[in-house]
Design a protein around this ligand. Structure first.
Ligand code: DCP
Ligand code: MG
Ligand code: MG
Length: 362
């Protein structure tokens, strides 16, 4: 079956969140800076919005240089905890659009791959519709934009998402893959860094098309067998690597925001129960028992904490899950006076339960 993969990447992520939080920033150049212990002078640009990019400001540039490029730009310090929370919400939207829990792969704070082979029925027009829906949902729920790339594999999807930025969507069908890649500068090929880029330039290879036509034996003699073969294949858009959650394949979890920041126990415990019911039904549909229950809370200061309970043997009943989740939550409530913003429930150390009856089967 023809694979269909989406890569989604948020636009100017940290700066977009700052813009959303303070509408007076709209239209201004916004630069988010990672300040060092030398204070404002020693920092580097983490990211900036597109107004600032028009002035030539870029990620990793010294903040001092950014300031000289646009003295009117607004400089803000990085608020990592806050961005991580927005990231978690975005990832939930993306994960729920993938074919299954397992066909989702977060690759950084603002980007992920999703396989949609099944839900698109391998049709790239359907895939575009799914991509548009994701963009709308991210915009509605988080009030930021993202760019989406769709292709027959991860390599093409990743390169397609950066083709039209910001707020773009680019669909590359298998038959258009080579035309899409051929004219691009070779250092745009995903996986080529500075060192390889420089070596290729020395060899007179400027575009991805040049690389695809280059003698494979020469590539192998310069880069070694694995890397040389990879370069040749990647230049033709060949990539068979699966979309795979890198961590947490041994876990099932869900997080959600409370209606507003609160310590109201009724609100917190009713959401906790809803999450536990959802997690349990997913565990059961995977015929999985579990040996650990973890509760995560994000407080009003955006700090995240987790606590777990471990059982001596795998369980799969509501009482074990919900009962321990409630106990853990009670402990969190006793430990802090802050309001709760988001909560999550997760089960881990999954065990296959095939052939065994669970309490639910009776
Ligand atoms: N980031 C950082 N330092 C860098 C690069 C990135 O701190 N050198 C952080 C800030 C970015 C976030 O990671 O907002 C995501 O990185 P991206 O490369 O996706 O860049 P942006 O989302 O900011 O912009 P774009 O619209 O190009 O995706
Ligand atoms: Mg981004
Ligand atoms: Mg990114």
């Amino acid at each position: 079956m023809q694979r269909v993969i989406i890569h989604a990447d948020m636009d100017y992520f940290y700066a977009a969140i700052e813009e959303r939080e303070d509408p007076s920033l709209k239209g201004k150049a916004v630069v988010v800076c990672m300040y060092s212990n030398r204070g404002e002078e020693g920092g580097a640009v983490s990211t900036c919005n597109y107004v600032a990019r028009d002035a030539g400001i870029r990620s990793a540039m010294p903040c001092r240089q950014a300031k000289s490029l646009d003295p009117d730009a607004v400089f803000l310090p990085v608020r990592k905890h806050f961005y991580e929370e927005v990231s978690a919400s975005v990832m939930e939207i993306l994960r729920s659009s993938a074919d299954s829990e397992e066909s989702f792969e977060k690759i950084s704070i603002d980007e992920a791959f999703l396989e949609i082979t099944r839900s698109s029925e391998s049709d790239f027009d359907n895939a575009r519709e799914i991509g548009m829906r994701i963009k709308e949902e991210v915009k509605d729920r988080e009030r930021i934009t993202c760019s989406i790339g769709i292709g027959p594999n991860k390599l093409i999807a990743k390169m397609a998402s950066s083709f039209q930025k910001p707020d773009g969507i680019t669909v590359v069908r298998p038959e258009d893959m080579e035309d899409f890649l051929r004219p691009m500068p070779v250092n745009k090929l995903w996986g080529i860094g500075k060192v390889t880029g420089n070596k290729l330039a020395e060899m007179g290879i400027k575009t991805i098309g040049d690389l695809g036509e280059h003698d494979i034996m020469e590539l192998i003699s310069v880069f070694g067998k694995n890397r040389g073969t990879w370069l040749k294949q990647a230049a033709s858009g060949i990539d068979a690597t699966p979309v795979q959650e890198r961590t947490a394949s041994d876990q099932i979890g869900r997080m959600a925001s409370l209606m507003h920041d609160t310590r109201d126990e009724e609100m917190i415990f009713s959401l906790l129960e809803e999450l536990a019911v959802d997690v349990l039904s997913r565990a059961r549909s995977r015929k999985a028992g579990f040996r650990s229950v973890t509760v995560t809370v994000i407080l009003s200061d955006f700090k995240m904490s987790t606590k777990s309970r471990t059982f001596s043997h795998p369980v799969s009943d509501m009482e074990s899950l919900h009962g321990s989740a409630k106990e853990i939550m009670q402990q969190f409530l006793e430990e802090t006076t802050l309001n709760f913003r988001r909560i999550g429930v997760r089960v881990g150390s999954l065990h296959e339960m095939t052939g065994q009856k669970t309490l639910f089967d009776f």
